[in-house]
Design a protein around this ligand. Structure first.
Ligand code: APR
Length: 260
């Protein structure tokens, strides 16, 4: 065990009743997907995007879809998209799956839209910001796989179930978290006595606010992050390491504990 904080984190997790992971962009950093904030973050490079993207979409969904199919979106979208399309799950994602299979990890609330946690095999996963590989209807909420993207004949594409407006499942800036996702996340947070915050700056509400709600209810907050974050002041333990290094080690320790 090289990192004493990791030993303490493993002990805290093993002693907890209901551990919920809250993941952010740092979990996918080693999959080649840029984070948003920090030195080489997308927002650091391109500036924080406008917070009214969703309102603009609703004003002119056809115009939004036209820009989408003609690839004339914002530069940060094009940079993020090329990284997303090549990304594969990394050892941190696979370690989370191992923790779920040990039944040490009860659920994962992810802020990531890259779909890598799902592809790695997480099943008790709540993608609170959506999943870029899916479409979602704003009318009935139906989610459908995006598959190999074929520009829809009709813009905006109508929902096959209700004829409503379809958008990507990824939550846009200014868009409310889909109620089903928020309810599922809240249920897990209400049960949690330990939150494992992995690779998130704890900046964006309401997602990151869930950690404060858990903390106020007495949950232990453990963060895995090379840097200090807004969550650091409420964290009982801060493991200053990359997720790709810390999570496989944590899985190794907890596997021995669980097997006895
Ligand atoms: N391992 C663990 N953490 C890392 C790593 C790594 N290898 N590399 C960077 N980090 C940490 C950074 O220190 C930072 O605290 O990951 C965090 C990434 O923070 P953000 O870029 O703010 O990403 P996130 O917290 O997921 O942002 C939340 O903001 O813009 C919205 O929708 C976007 O879902 C995103 C939300």
């Amino acid at each position: 065990m090289t990192n004493p904080m990791l030993a303490a984190a493993a002990h805290a997790i093993a002693s907890a009743r209901h551990v919920v992971a809250m993941t952010g962009a740092g979990l996918s950093a080693e999959s080649g997907i840029p984070t948003f904030r920090g030195d080489d973050g997308l927002w650091t490079k391109f500036g924080e995007p406008r917070m009214d993207g969703y309102q603009n979409f609703l004003k002119d969904p056809k115009g939004w879809w036209t820009r989408e199919v003609t690839h004339t979106q914002d530069p940060y979208v094009l940079e993020l998209r090329s990284a997303l399309e090549q990304a594969q799950p990394n050892p941190a994602h696979h370690a989370l799956v191992g923790l779920e299979r040990l039944d040490v990890l009860k659920a994962t609330v992810s802020q990531n839209v890259d779909g890598l946690e799902e592809r790695a095999g997480l099943t008790r996963l709540i993608e609170i910001h959506g999943n870029r590989s899916k479409f979602r209807c704003l009318g009935c909420g139906l989610r459908t796989p995006r598959g190999t993207f074929v520009p829809p004949r009709e813009l905006p594409p109508p929902c096959a179930q209700c004829g409503g407006i379809v958008k990507y499942d990824s939550v846009m800036f200014g868009e409310p978290i889909p109620p089903d996702r928020m309810a599922a996340a809240q249920t897990e947070i209400d049960r949690a006595d330990c939150i494992l915050a992995i690779g998130t700056s704890g900046t964006v509400r309401p997602a990151s606010g869930l950690a404060w709600i858990a903390h106020a209810a007495g949950a232990t907050i453990i963060e895995i992050n090379p840097n200090e974050t807004r969550m650091t002041p409420i964290a009982s333990l801060s493991v200053r390491a990359k997720a790709v290094d810390a999570l496989p080690e944590l899985l190794g320790v907890l596997s021995n504990v669980v097997r006895g």
